[in-house]
Ligand binder design. Structure first.
Ligand SMILES: [Zn+2]
Ligand SMILES: [Zn+2]
Ligand SMILES: [Zn+2]
Length: 112
């Protein structure tokens, strides 16, 4: 399945209003910027349980697609807890950010 966008160069820690300054993330070099696809069709675990989700997140380590913490299933967080994969990006159209569960750091694409 071909991605819609050209591969992004990578991720950097973003300034995140409302959170403490100076966050860092030690996982950026392991991130796969294009992991996951908006064409994934939804959260597989929610589909299996017959529940709906709010937003989708894609694991930047393995491409697992799960739902966000506003969703009943919280499967993206569950994936982090089960797999230890720390980074997930938003799959929402027009949103280009990611989150490190381990460092609680907000990430955005490196604008290089
Ligand atoms: Zn991190
Ligand atoms: Zn889910
Ligand atoms: Zn993963």
């Amino acid at each position: 399945m071909a991605p819609h966008e050209a591969a992004e160069p990578g991720w950097i820690v973003a300034e995140d209003g409302g959170r403490p300054e100076g966050r860092s993330c030690s996982h950026l070099e392991h991130a796969v910027p294009e992991a996951g696809s908006a064409d994934a069709g939804g959260c597989a675990e929610c589909l299996a349980q017959g529940i709906s989700w709010v937003h989708l997140r894609a694991c930047l380590t393995c491409g697992h697609v799960g739902c966000c913490d506003s969703s009943r299933g919280r499967h993206a967080t569950a994936h982090y807890e089960q797999s230890g994969h720390p980074l997930a990006r938003s799959l929402e159209a027009g949103e280009t950010w990611a989150w490190c569960y381990s460092d609680e750091a907000f990430l955005r694409p490196d604008p290089r």
